[in-house]
Design a protein around this ligand. Structure first.
Ligand code: HEM
Length: 217
């Protein structure tokens, strides 16, 4: 007998989201590596980043990489944000849900029991994605404020001055790197999402995935 229950069609990331995501991800990695190169020339904390993790080889080249990647990231970011707002993707898929749903999904995630339906973002994902987008915006804004502290003096002032803006820039970078560790780990634990983000559809063999200790289905 056929079930009368309506099956919600699974959504897959649209080409605009996928293309801007991967261009943004690559340029973000280039910005992090080149940013570490620039940081090493004048560290503000008692450590330097290992040379193998930096991009550019020396300060001048690191700066060139940083600015080249910045334009790519900003272009991808504008298209992604514009599409996300105009297509309703943000409202539909990324709108933060209430604290109860976040608490429930967080508790399940900590017990490695958070179910993950391909094509549907759970409360923890929504929180992480919205958070990292805000952090990325703050990273770009604080970066602009230390790049053009005279022309964009008002922005530098808003961040509390050049030195504070630089520290905020480094702190935001650290949050993005922390996000990336969790994000990539989750993508590897639930490969169907990676498949969907690369190919635009989720493998039919894995309609529902659940992150569990020692097994990802
Ligand atoms: C470099 C390695 C990366 C990998 C392997 C990766 C993988 C993925 C995957 C698989 C998804 C889809 C998740 C799902 O369908 O459940 C996704 C979505 C997303 N990723 Fe990444 N990602 C990477 C880098 C980044 C970076 C650098 C950022 C931003 C700082 C980022 C931000 C996002 C956001 C905001 C979404 C949601 C996109 C949307 O639907 O609007 N990712 N990522």
């Amino acid at each position: 007998m056929l079930s009368s229950r309506r099956v919600r069609p699974r959504r897959t990331p649209s080409p605009v989201i996928r293309i801007t995501h991967w261009i943004g991800a690559l340029s973000m990695l280039a910005m992090i590596g080149s940013g570490w190169q620039i940081y090493n020339a004048s560290p503000i904390l008692p450590f330097e980043f290992p040379a193998w993790a930096t991009l550019g080889g020396w300060l001048g080249s690191g700066i060139a990489w940083h600015f080249a990647a910045m334009w790519v990231l900003m272009a991808a970011g504008v298209v992604y944000m514009g599409y996300g707002v105009l297509s309703g993707h943000f409202r539909r898929d990324l709108r933060p849900v209430g604290p109860r749903a976040i608490g429930r999904d967080m508790a399940q995630a900590l017990r490695c029991r958070l179910s993950h339906a391909a094509g549907h973002y759970n409360a923890v994902q929504r929180l992480l994605y919205t958070g990292v987008l805000i952090v990325a915006l703050l990273t770009v804004a604080s970066g602009l404020s230390i790049w053009k502290p005279v022309q964009l003096g008002w922005l530098t002032w808003l961040f509390g001055g050049y030195d504070v803006a630089r520290r905020i820039h480094v702190a935001m970078m650290t949050l993005i790197v922390a996000f990336l560790f969790i994000h990539i780990a989750l993508a590897l634990l639930v490969p169907s999402t990676l498949f969907g983000m690369v190919f635009g559809r989720h493998p039919s063999a894995a309609p529902e995935a659940s992150v569990q200790k020692g097994a990802a289905r």
